[in-house]
Design a protein around this ligand. Structure first.
Ligand SMILES: [Zn+2]
Length: 473
């Protein structure tokens, strides 16, 4: 249904989702038809790049903080309007409902801004628009969750943002934004020139050759560092996997072996646990204790928090690296990749102790499937998700013997039928590789998520997700 889904800008992108899901069909058609249409051109895909940046002039730091604050202010203002309207309607049903869509709320903001925020010209209008857009997303998620249209844990009603609770971010969809030709700087509207800590070559050369176009740039702050996520459409040439007819199976685990891959030629590849947690765990515990003993708001507290953020960032980076290394290599090689349908949160719940639950989440096995889902699609391959109840660990791949009483800690078991010693993980990977069960649930087969989101790009906003969703469905 989304070949024809269209987006003018990223705002539009998530509006289109709102209209699609939230409104009555006739109203939906009416609202959709009146909008200018832009289609991600054939042969293009939407992708994200993320660069760490730093200010180049002394005034920029405070300007960036102002923009974060402006975004928060507009969000809170719009939320207050929505709440006031809801309250008014609960007492007097004849009050007109306030539409919860971006154009209406932006119009209301533009009418009110001279009164409520006379300082508004200091910041880019995109700062206010991005705050309101995120509120609209939040409201939409809440209604979808309430009405059972949204999977996952329940989503609450949007809350007012405070500086301490909400990490700073602002998305620019229009205005003078570009990458500099020195491949070391980028330009944001109003904020100006920022230095990238990483070479921007991979994106910049596509833009120069007119093989890509920037849709939006999001400036955000995490753990005291600033990042710019660039969302762009780029030319996509599908090379096809190098072994289009071959299959491989992946068994993911939380033990010593993180991923065990059964290749088409029968070889078994074992990848050790990325173990970012084990490496930084002790240090992190110490840093967290130190932070908890400092007075909130003090310089010491700030230092301890910075240290903690650095450790978390390192663990996340290591984990991301191993996920991408594994998935890229497989997606380029195989026409069909089989993974199991893991319920990671159920796994974690079943683990009991908090330390065990933590290992489940720290292993990052839940992200392998969504990442594979979009990478296989880009490479021209296919991702097959085996049935959740397929006992890949308990069936002997050699003879089909079934070991009913396999325990979690049994790494090697003896097949009750042929008496052979079986390596648990390698056996499971082989079973998955040769899995031929029915492929039923389309949502699961797509990666089990409504919109596979790449690691790179903007996670804070709706933008990337929606672009992905539009080109995916
Ligand atoms: Zn056997």
């Amino acid at each position: 249904m989304h070949r024809t889904c269209v987006l003018q800008s990223l705002d539009e992108a998530h509006q289109c989702d709102l209209y699609r899901k939230g409104l009555r069909p006739r109203l939906r058609r009416r609202l959709m038809s009146g909008r200018p249409r832009y289609q991600v051109p054939a042969g293009f895909i939407a992708r994200g790049w993320r660069y760490e940046v730093e200010a180049t002039t002394s005034g920029q730091r405070s300007l960036i903080q102002q923009h974060f604050g402006a975004r928060r202010f507009a969000h809170n203002w719009a939320l207050a309007e929505v709440k006031a309207n809801l309250n008014a309607r609960s007492t007097d049903p004849s009050v007109q409902p306030l539409p919860w869509d971006l154009p209406s709320l932006r119009r209301a903001w533009n009418q009110a801004k001279n009164q409520v925020a006379p300082w508004w010209p200091c910041c880019s209008k995109e700062a206010y628009a991005s705050g309101i857009a995120d509120l609209v997303t939040g409201l939409h998620n809440w209604t979808a969750s309430k009405n059972g249209r949204r999977a996952g844990r329940p989503v609450g009603f949007p809350r007012f943002k405070a500086r301490g609770r909400d990490h700073g971010r602002v998305r620019f969809c229009t205005g003078a934004m570009r990458l500099e030709s020195d491949r070391r700087h980028l330009i944001l509207p109003v904020i100006g020139r920022l230095r990238c800590k990483e070479n921007t070559r991979s994106l910049q050369r596509l833009l120069v050759k007119e093989q890509g176009r920037v849709l939006s740039m999001t400036l955000s702050e995490h753990g005291g560092r600033q990042f710019v996520s660039v969302s762009a459409i780029v030319v996509h040439t599908q090379r096809g996997p190098s072994e289009p007819d071959a299959r491989c199976g992946i068994d993911l685990g939380i033990g010593r072996e993180w991923a065990v891959v059964a290749h088409a030629d029968g070889t078994i590849e074992r990848t050790a646990h990325p173990a970012p947690w084990a490496g930084v765990q002790d240090e992190r515990r110490r840093a967290a204790r130190r932070a908890s003993r400092r007075i909130v708001g003090s310089r010491g507290h700030h230092h301890a928090r910075t240290k903690l953020a650095a450790l978390d960032r390192r663990a996340a980076n290591l984990r991301r690296e191993s996920v991408h290394a594994l998935t890229s290599a497989l997606a380029r090689r195989y026409g069909t990749i089989v993974v199991e349908d893991l319920d990671v949160s159920a796994m974690a719940r079943g683990m009991g102790r908090r330390a065990f639950r933590r290992t489940v989440h720290q292993a990052g096995i839940g992200v392998v499937r969504p990442v594979l889902a979009y990478k296989t699609r880009w490479a021209g391959g296919q991702l097959v998700v085996a049935d959740r109840w397929f006992a890949s660990s308990r069936i002997h791949h050699g003879c089909g013997g079934y070991h009913a009483r396999l325990r979690l800690q049994d790494q090697v078991w003896v097949c009750p039928r042929c008496g052979e010693r079986v390596d648990r993980n390698a056996n499971a990977a082989l079973n998955l590789r040769d899995w031929t069960g029915p492929v039923t649930d389309r949502d699961v087969q797509r990666g089990g998520v409504a919109a596979p989101v790449p690691f790179v790009g903007d996670h804070g906003g709706q933008a990337c997700t929606q672009v992905q969703a539009c080109e995916a469905l």
